[in-house]
Design a protein around this ligand. Structure first.
Ligand SMILES: *[C@@H]1O[C@H](CO)[C@@H](O)[C@H](O)[C@H]1NC(C)=O
Length: 205
């Protein structure tokens, strides 16, 4: 009986851990997923043109343009998406995480300082040159910064999810209604300091 129980336990641990190891967007049982109320598509369904023109002007603040499930419905069930990241001189993509995917960032203009923090709070950073790639592992806090005082930078990021999601550290902590007293305790500071930080952070869109 004890042997049976431990065998069963081992079996459950094995299937659970192999399930977790493969956790990603769910597999679909068709080639692709038709849009709602439709069972006929043509080539335009598989095409995304929303990035046209985005390289024509240099944004004056950090800008993300996504091609994910919301913008490009044909990605439904395909476990992939893109984002184009544009940084003016001095532009910062503040610390954030993607709960459902790792991110493979590819620098296609200028250079970027990037950093990530793992679950043991170890910090890793690097300065990337044009043509370099960097992988941000799934769910870890990370950022990118264009330290160049005069030139813009651009990166293209690939994700292993159609809907990687983004959780901004400053926005999620300081602009969502968490009580000032809670934050003052958490950051071991006073309410006035918390309110000063909150005042500088725009509410989430
Ligand atoms: C990493 O960050 C440290 C500051 O914590 C900085 O001094 C160093 O230059 C950075 N390294 C790279 C390669 O960007």
């Amino acid at each position: 009986m004890a042997l049976l129980k431990s065998t069963l336990f081992l079996f459950l641990v094995t299937i659970t851990s192999s399930y977790l190891a493969h956790a990603s967007d769910p597999d679909i049982t068709s080639d692709f997923i038709f849009p709602a109320n439709s069972n006929a598509v043509d080539g335009t369904f598989f095409t995304y043109t929303g990035m046209r023109g985005i390289f024509d002007t240099d944004p004056t603040t950090f800008k993300v343009t996504k091609a994910s499930l919301a913008e490009f419905p044909a990605l439904n069930g395909q476990s992939t998406s893109f984002a184009v990241l544009q940084y003016p001189a001095g532009g910062l993509n503040p610390p954030h995480t993607h709960p459902r995917s790792s991110e493979l960032l590819f620098v296609v203009e200028g250079s970027l300082e990037v950093g990530l923090v793992d679950t043991t709070n170890k910090f890793y950073n690097q300065t990337l040159q044009l043509g370099d790639m960097f992988i941000f592992p799934k769910g870890l806090v990370h950022y990118q910064y264009n330290a160049n005082p005069t030139d813009p930078a651009t990166a293209i990021s690939a994700f292993g999810s159609a809907n990687a999601g983004a959780v901004s550290v400053p926005l999620s902590v300081f602009s969502t209604g968490i009580d000032d007293d809670i934050l003052a305790k958490a950051f071991k500071t006073d309410v006035a300091t918390i309110q000063k930080i909150k005042a500088g952070i725009a509410p989430p869109k």
